[in-house]
Design a protein around this ligand. Sequence first.
Ligand SMILES: Cc1cc2nc3c(=O)[nH]c(=O)nc-3n(C[C@H](O)[C@H](O)[C@H](O)COP(=O)(O)O)c2cc1C
Length: 402
Amino acid sequence: MANRIRSVADAERLARRRLPRELFDRIASGAGQELTLRWNVEAFDEVIFNPKTSAQRADYNLSTTVLGNDIAIPIMIAPTGNIRMFRVEGEPSVAKAAGDMGTIHIVSAFMGYPIEDIVSQSAGPVFFDLLLTGGRAVAEVMLSRARSAGCKALVVTMDRAGTHPVERLMTSRPAPPLAVNLTTALRYAPQLVLRPGWTADFVRDGMHLDCPMWVKDDGKFADWGDVAVAVRQPSATPTWSDVPWIREQWDGPLVLKGILRVDDAMRAIDEGVDGIVVSNHGGRAVDGSPASLHVLPQITDAVDGRIEVYFDGGIRRGTDVVKAVALGARAVLIGRAYIYPFAAAGGAGVRRILEVFGASMRATLRSLGCPSVRDLDGSYVTAEKGSPSVVSEAFKEDRAQT
Ligand SMILES: Cc1cc2nc3c(=O)[nH]c(=O)nc-3n(C[C@H](O)[C@H](O)[C@H](O)COP(=O)(O)O)c2cc1C
């Protein structure tokens, strides 16, 4: 199956064929009318390349570092919850694939397997992604387990998803199943009958709906019903006042995810964090917030190298990665671009899409006359359709002078 994937679009088609419609839509959808979801992808079309005549032959190196960890390609696997629902191999197979390809898996707190079993599968670094679902007491236990399991950095998700209406999922659809029982089985029977492969795997796997990172007071794992309720509590999303507390609990590298404004990036620096992810949660938080790419240049300009800046939102091709890195991101995260191949073909699908991205990136660097992703800068790109925020002021001034 994996060798049928030549693009994210291929993988999306294969995932759509394998998954019940409800699950596919949970991956593909965004908040509200999906403006931000669409803008994230479209923003890349506004950026064009400025190829240089190649002065030298090179090996077109994709390697870089993230928080001191060497990675072979500047693409990390984004934290995405509940992927065991999409394919039973779940996070251990994704972590293994990421490690095999020389990169990092950032595991969502809403993981379907114990963190210990995920980290032990990967030859590469694994980062842990935290929300405050369940409150500080639950977070404390999660952090201690993540540290003991060997997670190399903590990513804290600061933007709020899970509470925003998704119009695509509201059109005369039943509420998502949070428990397996006769009622949900009957309600979803038509979708399950049409997707026998997924259904057989889910049943063989014991119909797991557990979240083993979150151990409740009664010693049992939380299930998706608990998570769905908790995520709606205002306290589930960390605020600035939680950051010093989190800092105290975690002595390793700390990254804040979900930054879209220069003042928030400055605040992150003041709080002593090591990195930020410019992200709008893949269009799943506030619909109408800007495409991540539109705010990336102003944030990287303002941060000016003081902390590492990563990027996510809308990456569907190797060329998109090159554009984001040229606009200042040290590395990117991919969400849907890895979930579709994973849902279609498991860990082999994740490895395959990273190979596809890598081949496209090397070809792009060659055409740009740029020997390495570490040499990419704003001179290699410009905005075609004139979206004023795509290209930073500093870059425009540079261009004006040359
Ligand atoms: C199905 C799904 C689940 C997600 N779950 C989480 C999560 O648990 N924590 C988090 O910080 N972000 C989560 N995200 C957002 C991703 O980490 C990432 O920001 C986003 O997918 C990037 O956009 P892209 O899908 O266009 O690459 C999720 C995204 C998707 C599609």
